[in-house]
Ligand binder design. Structure first.
Ligand SMILES: [Zn+2]
Ligand SMILES: [Zn+2]
Length: 157
């Protein structure tokens, strides 16, 4: 394994879309088309979308995007997930949402089990606690994703 190096390692300053486009090309995937549309859409989000929302957004599009079939969306999401460029957020009942795996703006999710709403949150103390835990256990923590399940403000009322 091991990602292809380009003689530098400034992923955080390059922006996710550039990094994702290069990584797909390095992995032998064709540039442009549906992949470019999907990367552009995910890059513009600050949190996760479902495949249905992605399909809808690409169909509606502000003129720049073009329609992409659901099957293609799932296939491209799998490619991006395999390259660790996209994070899958499980929201229950076998449903998932997908978001750009950025190094900056790392956050976690609260999922409403009643309506499926996903609320992002950041918590520096939680990040430190996970790092402390990682130092204490005989286990190499490569990545983490925290999902809190419950009811959103509207559904809890
Ligand atoms: Zn998110
Ligand atoms: Zn809800």
């Amino acid at each position: 394994m091991g990602p292809t190096k380009h003689g530098h390692d400034h992923a955080a300053t390059e922006g996710w879309a550039v990094r994702a486009t290069e990584a797909l090309a390095d992995a032998g995937y064709r540039r442009g088309g549906a992949r470019a549309s999907l990367i552009g859409l995910l890059d513009a989000q600050h949190c996760a979308l479902s495949a249905a929302e992605i399909e809808e957004a690409l169909r509606g599009g502000g003129g720049v995007a073009r329609p992409v079939a659901r099957a293609s969306i799932y296939r491209i999401l799998e490619e991006l997930e395999g390259l660790k460029l996209v994070t899958r957020v499980e929201v229950g009942q076998g449903l998932a949402r997908f978001e750009a795996a950025r190094e900056e703006g790392h956050h976690h999710h609260m999922v409403c089990d009643a309506c499926g709403t996903v609320i992002p949150f950041e918590d520096p103390a939680l990040e430190r606690a996970i790092q402390r835990l990682a130092r204490r256990v005989t286990f190499t923590v490569a990545e983490h994703d925290v999902v809190l399940h419950g009811a959103c403000g509207e559904c809890a009322g």
